[in-house]
Design a protein. Structure first.
Length: 94
């Protein structure tokens, strides 16, 4: 149950509270499962070459992008005054 809670995104402390155990016990259980998983993975046979190769349709740029880069406006560049600021300035000038 601790492993399921951890894999669902709960932290060690929260899992411990939900299970009414110390969070360090949850950490120990997760570490123990990880060690078991590593042993099973080491014992599993590795195929020499894959029988089926799947590719998705995502296109990525391998070289340089040809279109110009669009950047966000600079945070330090002076901005145009808003209509509210302009009307306040006009009121002060009159």
């Amino acid at each position: 149950m601790a492993l399921k809670l951890y894999l669902e995104g709960n932290g060690f402390r929260r899992s411990g509270r939900l299970l009414s155990v110390n969070h360090q016990s949850v950490v120990n259980w997760i570490n123990s499962f990880h060690a078991q998983l590593k042993r099973k993975k080491a014992a599993a046979p590795v195929p020499e070459s894959p029988g089926t190769l799947e590719m998705d349709e995502l296109f990525t740029f391998v070289e340089a992008k040809k279109s110009p880069r669009l950047s966000l406006p600079s945070l330090t560049a002076p901005r145009a005054a808003s209509s509210r600021t302009r009307s306040a300035r006009r009121a002060r000038q009159k």
